[in-house]
Design a protein around this ligand. Sequence first.
Ligand code: PLP
Length: 443
Amino acid sequence: MTAIFHRAPRQTLPVAVTGDGIEIIDAMGKRYIDASGGAAVSCLGHSHPRIVEAIEQQARKLAYAHTSFFTTEPAEALARHLVERAPAGLAYVYFVSGGSEAMEAALKLARQYFVEIGQPERRHIVARRQSYHGNTLGALAIGGNARRRAPFEPLLIEAHHVSPCYAYRERLAGETDEAYVQRLADELEQTIVALGPDTVAAFVAETVVGATLGAVPPVADYFRRIRAVCDKYGVLLILDEVMCGMGRTGHLYACEEEAIAPDLLTVAKGLGAGYQPIGAVLVNERLYDAIVGGSGFFQHGHTYIGHAIACAAALEVQRVIVEENLLANVRERGMQLRASLRERFAGHAHIGDIRGRGLFVGIELVEDVVSKTPFAPERALHVAIKREAMARGLMVYPMGGTVDGWRGDHVLLAPPYICTCEDIERIVERLGDAIEAALAPFR
Ligand code: PLP
């Protein structure tokens, strides 16, 4: 009997007891390769001795000091580490405890910035359909996942949605990359104009889409055109890198590959690698100056912002990534993973797309590869894949899209940055078997 209110209370879950590198071991002694890092979190695997040691040391020195009284050494050092490597202009860091909190803080920073500079009429947020930015009310409101939003709809702030950049399904037949991204930029521009350009505060997007679509990178030049539209109308660009940031794509910040800098950038999962709950908002100097030179106070805060143990753990995670040159491993193992999956599923009747960047990889499953018809949602293929993978000692993150009318099944892979060639081979082998077993009743 469990006394915990789990998300899906009817499920019986194995009890995770220990971690060992890229594996989790349950109470029965069964090992699971963590090929999804949970939900793209555990980027250094489990029980990493350096992170455990950093947490212990900080706990012995000082666990917590409220930010209205003190700053701390690990918080200052972590902020410096992040901004020294950040895209141009992102010079300040606001620490929180996770991804949704980071998105809430980013939305409020955007709004307060416009109040500070005398443009209080700017209140609209534009985001994208088929998106997820967190489960707190503000983050949920801007997300485009109709199913998650549905029960809470009357409580949500108004938000506006444009199309995601999702070439596999939404690029028209014969449309070039250039024409496709121009169409998307035009759609954003028309939305801003229709709302009234002086009333729009920010446009929000994930740089590489994670959970909702399954590791979908933007088409070349998409974000440069989006940035140009935002600049034309004085709209802030908020990039959500809660899932895709902190090295997951082979670059510390995923937007480095887009050759643009956002005004606000959120990170979380890979920041603390699951060793401590921590997230952050990187803030452009212009916004910071407006608030510091204006009211001088960000009207927001939580008790645990800048938590000393969380910052010490995250700092050590980030140092390990640098010192062990793990971003290069992410790029190389990521290429190997995509190539192995393509080989394993070559000519497969139900693998529609294999995509991603670095160790952030998505596989989309379809009933028919030519028409891209998804499997009927009531068959819950993604649920069967997860079950079959767990039976084989493999953790993957499958999703069944029920997002704005589009439905489909995909599997998200986000293995730890420390994984080896052999680990990748084991992941592909077990996943291949799990997918075949899940598809068997469909044949
Ligand atoms: N933004 C994105 C892109 C996410 O994937 C998530 C979580 O999956 C969040 C925000 C919310 O993060 P958290 O679950 O830490 O609140």
